[in-house]
Design a binder for this molecule. Sequence first.
Ligand code: ATP
Ligand code: MG
Length: 137
Amino acid sequence: NERTYIMIKPDGVQRGLVAEIIARFARKGFTLRAMKMMNVTKEHAEKHYADLSSKPFFGGLVSYMCSGPVVAMVWEGKDVVKTGRKIIGATNPAASEPGTIRGDFCIEVGRNVIHGSDAVESANHEIGLWFPEGVCE
Ligand code: ATP
Ligand code: MG
């Protein structure tokens, strides 16, 4: 069954959005397979967003991800990668539709509450990076 890596970013945790976000994925019908709250090192954040290392906002993105604990999760279900991205909404909250997580809960691209893997291959890579101890069956 397909799995994706979903992460509530430091602003989402600090603003008390953890339960709301879990509820949205659960009510849709997806299954939670792993979850932990953790602090992120600079090195780990850089690895997670390695594809963006040449972007001008990379340094700011890494310090944002290290600004407080995140909640790391693995969700499972049919088409969960693509549907998870729909539930999350567009990267820039100025363009995210109301009804999506980013559309409902944020206004700045640099503080956009949540991460979701963008493809099945990146999901598998990210699950390995964030859950080297493995995930529930
Ligand atoms: P994520 O990977 O976090 O789920 P995404 O796949 O929607 O987001 P990416 O292009 O992978 O978008 O960008 C990763 C993150 O980098 C964004 O979620 C956002 O926090 C940050 N980011 C992207 N573009 C900008 C920008 N122009 N200025 C500041 N931060 C940005
Ligand atoms: Mg991305």
